[in-house]
Design a protein around this ligand. Structure first.
Ligand code: VG1
Ligand code: CO
Length: 544
């Protein structure tokens, strides 16, 4: 059948942000909006023609409709085969796993991650390349350029595909295979971790945990892996049923949005272990009894203990962390005698380092941890890694982390987010900081002498690609830092993120309360950036 050519006009603002194109559902609902972006992917990624494609999403509102649009357009654009998750479901790390395993030319993932869903919530779409990771800058730029000129897209007249039935069907010459979204991913996890040891931990009767899937995509994955394969008691997975609006919640696994889970780990009867993941399953939060593991510490602890997991028994070759992530991992890398890379925010910057075999583990302060097993951060992977560690070391979470701090020192860390700030005011605030930069290195801020101050720029060591203006970085004596950047995933106004870090090597001072320790740095940051005067905000909206 000849494809149908539909005339269209460019929409403004289809530039992918930190992780794909994210907009309100209402924006995506405009006629041709989604189709324009999808056609721009096909127009700029020529090897999709005649190639394979993975399609799936986090199950949020508009997921199923969007998948039908993409399938018809894929057929019209000459894709030869599409693998789609049953029910339109694929977590972000599972999509990455499937792209790699079946060697497709890429994948389209539908998600706005931790942003709320539902008719008034957010939707998102991103393209992942054949290596399984988020499209790098040059690819997202090419897609964006195409969106600014697009005047037609291709589709076919074909009925909807039954997404709930496993098996193959055709749209014209294209094969659509509806696959089990969990099986390949679960098999990969079994190859990396000691499932017997974790099974015994669950069987011991001495270990109590909950995993909060937050009514998002990880529910089916967690039930299959934790309850069915590892024998955790039924009910271990809470909020396990994916919902189009995430049950009205904010599928963001942090101390604020996963409050109920956090409460279950506290006090006399607190759980031994609590974990949660986000909308699309790539983030993780790790809790012990009365203990929160910061994502930055989690990366460092996993790096120092990697050899306990079968998949990493020969050690790790290198570590990478995003710039605002604490420097805890750097200290582990130094002791292991391996390289530690500092990249801009966003998983796409880890891809080249992973592909080139320069790093094994990588992570971000924003509850993202991962390794070379896929090319996305991976929530359940991190949870299983921790379970493997707990099973082998037979110690509580808090003891393992405290022991780590005694050995490496502690990087106290907090992030303050000011959400929905007036966008021009936020830009001006960043502009004001940039003007201050040249003079800062000679200054004292409170008790601290400034060591360096810059607007972070990155040159990819593998392909030489440059990324500028990735955040204001102020290094203080003794390893403390203040970082400012604007979010690239929000859909309303601007979000100012202030990242604060303070290093403590004295083993007698590693058990203090984080916000108390950070207070002087918080005040310096607020004053320096004139946050109150420029945004009208006295306090941040979210503190993690
Ligand atoms: C945020 C995080 C960043 C993460 C990105 C995507 O971006 O800070 O570390 O990679 O979200 O994560 P930003 O630009 O808003 O700071 V996810 O789980 O939303 O795909
Ligand atoms: Co996510």
């Amino acid at each position: 059948m000849e494809p149908k050519v539909v005339a269209t006009q460019p929409f403004e603002g289809q530039r992918p942000g930190t992780s794909g194109l994210r907009k309100k559902v209402k924006v995506f609902h405009q006629p041709h909006y989604l189709a324009n972006f999808v056609q721009s992917i096909f127009d700029s990624q020529e090897d999709l023609k005649g190639g394979g494609l993975v399609v799936g999403g986090d199950g949020r509102f508009y997921n199923r409709e969007a998948i039908q649009v993409i399938l018809r357009m894929a057929a019209a654009n000459g894709v030869s085969k599409v693998l789609v998750g049953r029910g339109g479901i694929l977590s972000t790390p599972a999509a990455s796993c499937i792209i790699r395993k079946y060697k497709t030319q890429g994948g389209i993932i539908l998600s706005a991650s931790h942003n709320p869903g539902g008719p008034n919530g957010d939707f998102g779409i991103k393209f992942n390349v054949a290596a399984g990771g988020p499209a790098p800058e040059n690819v997202t730029s090419a897609i964006y350029e195409r969106t600014t000129k697009i005047d037609r897209y291709l589709t076919v007249d074909a009925p909807d595909v039954d997404l709930d039935r496993l098996g193959s069907m055709q749209i014209d010459a294209m094969v659509v295979e509806v696959i089990d979204p969990v099986a390949d991913y679960a098999q990969l996890m079994e190859s990396l971790f000691d499932f017997n040891a974790i099974h015994q931990l669950f069987n011991s009767g001495m270990f109590r945990m909950r995993f909060d899937a937050m009514h998002a995509v990880t529910g089916p994955y967690a039930v299959e892996i934790l309850e069915n394969r590892l024998g955790a008691e039924p009910g271990t997975v809470m909020n396990g049923e994916p919902k189009e609006d995430f049950g009205g919640g904010h599928p963001d696994p942090n101390l604020v949005h996963a409050e109920a889970l956090v409460a279950m780990t506290r006090g006399m009867d607190g759980l031994d272990f609590g974990a949660a993941s986000d909308g699309d399953g790539d983030r993780n939060m790790i809790l012990g009894k009365d203990f929160f593991v910061t994502p930055s510490d989690s990366l460092a602890v996993l790096a120092a203990n990697a050899h306990h997991a079968p998949g990493y028994k020969d050690g790790i070759v290198g570590i990478a962390r995003s710039m605002p992530t604490s420097q805890a991992a750097d200290r582990v890398a130094e002791e292991l005698g391996i390289e530690c890379y500092e990249t801009p925010t966003g998983w796409k910057f880890f891809g080249n380092l992973l592909d080139a075999g320069r790093i094994t583990l990588c992570g971000e302060e924003s509850f993202g941890t991962g390794s070379d097993h896929v090319r996305e951060k991976d929530g359940l992977w991190a949870v299983l890694f921790w379970l493997n560690l707990l099973a082998v070391r037979q110690q509580p979470v808090g003891d393992i982390v405290r022991e780590h701090w005694r050995r490496f020192g502690r990087n106290y860390y907090t992030r303050h987010d000011y959400e929905g700030v007036d966008a021009p005011a936020a830009e001006q605030l960043m502009g004001h900081l940039r003007i201050l930069l040249p003079d800062l290195p000679r200054k004292r801020l409170g008790e601290y002498q400034v060591r360096y101050a810059d607007d972070f720029a990155y040159t990819d060591p593998v392909d030489g690609g440059r990324a500028d203006k990735q955040g204001i970085r102020i290094g203080l004596e003794g390893g403390s830092r203040i970082v400012f950047r604007l979010s690239g995933t929000g859909t309303e106004g601007a979000t100012l993120r202030v990242y604060l870090e303070s290093y403590e090597s004295d083993p007698h001072k590693i058990d203090r309360e984080t916000q108390e320790v950070m207070r002087p740095l918080v005040l310096i940051a607020r004053e320096l950036a004139q946050i109150e005067a420029r945004t009208g905000r006295l306090e941040p909206d979210v503190i993690t």
